[in-house]
Design a protein around this ligand. Structure first.
Ligand code: AHM
Ligand code: MG
Length: 344
């Protein structure tokens, strides 16, 4: 129950007044993304009724089937962001190269990397899907933005967020000053502040992973997940397994309840499946701002310097104590975890 209605724009402008040094004009980019999210939400909630379900018949740059809603979401975000004059360049999970601003449109000083519709294999089954975005300062000096503008380490982000289209639609974001969640109220067309200053528990009791890949995992990864499932009262195991298969939904639940999301590299795909720019870096920023952690197994995701737009990364994301223990298992230090947790 929301006892005081604060809209996203009211909140953002209030933050701008309180922290003028930290926010700046990119907050209007955030509001533009929220506008695109409302338009995507409208299509998502009517998806079963109108002809937007199913595949377009083409494949995207990742070699995956393109869904009509993926394309709609990408085009909608581009339509809204393309003409604002705030952006120098954009990169989307659905496009092979950078997307320059339309000819004749003013060029600005920010960069947006985004995944227009994450979890798109779930679209036809009416399961949660999401949009993930990351706002960066441009580093090129003039003219149209370049690929280097998009290829910046996560710690350079000014803002990151996601929209979760679900039972209710939510927008969650950070500008480096905590994590704030807004619930969409369709009758007035506004995102209202519902989850101010989200903090994630330091430890959870949920693990989220596609266990169908078990046979391809490293010994450390297998040992960690086996360990999470063992019964042990002292260390509050077994954990519960929860896996939607939509990163935004799995991440959002674990952010609120605590736990760990895992998409490791494996024998077939050493860097896993998820993309550093569109999924790893923005969710890492949010996780850290909520008191959580994000790792590629050994390094902080926020410190990884991307070398290509669609670079993948193993991803271990969530409650900091869980992520740290997972890293220890991956490094073969599982015995030390037992010593730390049980004091023996
Ligand atoms: P997408 O961006 O093509 O939708 O792929 C990313 C999705 C994530 O939302 C989800 O966590 C993951 O892929 C699920 O992959 P898998 O089906 O291998 O478990
Ligand atoms: Mg995705």
């Amino acid at each position: 129950m929301i006892d005081r209605a604060v809209t996203l724009s009211q909140f953002v402008f209030q933050q701008e007044r309180e922290h003028p040094e930290a926010s700046g004009e990119f907050t209007s980019v955030l509001l533009d993304i929220a506008l695109a999210a409302k338009m995507i939400n409208k299509a998502v909630i009517r998806a079963g009724l109108v002809d937007v379900l199913g595949a377009t018949g083409s494949m995207n740059v990742q070699g995956e089937k393109v869904q009509k809603l993926d394309v709609f979401a990408h085009d909608t975000i581009m339509k809204v962001l393309g003409s604002t004059g705030q952006l120098a360049v954009v990169a989307s999970e659905e496009d092979e190269g950078i997307v320059p601003m339309p000819d004749g449109a003013p060029v600005g000083k920010y960069v947006v990397n985004f995944d227009p519709l994450d979890g798109s294999s779930n679209i036809d089954a009416n399961v949660n899907i999401g949009t993930i975005f990351s706002i960066l300062p441009r580093i090129s000096r003039k003219g149209h933005g370049t690929v280097e503008d998009c290829l910046q380490a996560g710690r350079r982000q000014l803002c990151a967020g996601y929209i979760l289209y679900g039972t209710t639609t939510m927008l969650v974001y950070t500008t480096g000053d905590g994590v704030h969640g807004f619930t969409y109220e369709p009758s007035i067309g506004e995102f209202l502040l519902s989850h101010p200053s989200i903090r994630t528990p330091s430890r959870g009791r949920i693990y989220s992973v596609n266990e169908g890949n078990y046979a391809k995992w490293s010994e450390g990864m297998k040992r960690y997940v086996d360990w999470l499932k063992m019964e042990d009262k002292v260390t509050a195991r077994p954990y519960s397994g929860r896996y939607v298969g939509s990163l935004v939904a799995d991440f959002h639940r674990n952010l609120l309840y605590g736990g760990i999301y895992l998409y490791p590299g494996d024998a077939k795909n050493p860097n896993g499946k998820l993309r550093l720019l569109y999924e790893g870096a923005p969710l890492a920023f949010i996780a850290e701002q909520a008191g959580g952690a994000a790792s590629d197994g050994t390094k902080r995701i926020m410190d990884l310097a991307p070398s290509s737009l669609h670079q993948r990364t193993p991803l271990y994301l969530g409650s900091p104590e869980d992520v740290r223990e997972c890293e220890m298992f991956l490094a073969g230090q599982h015995e030390a975890v037992g010593v730390e947790r049980r004091g023996c």
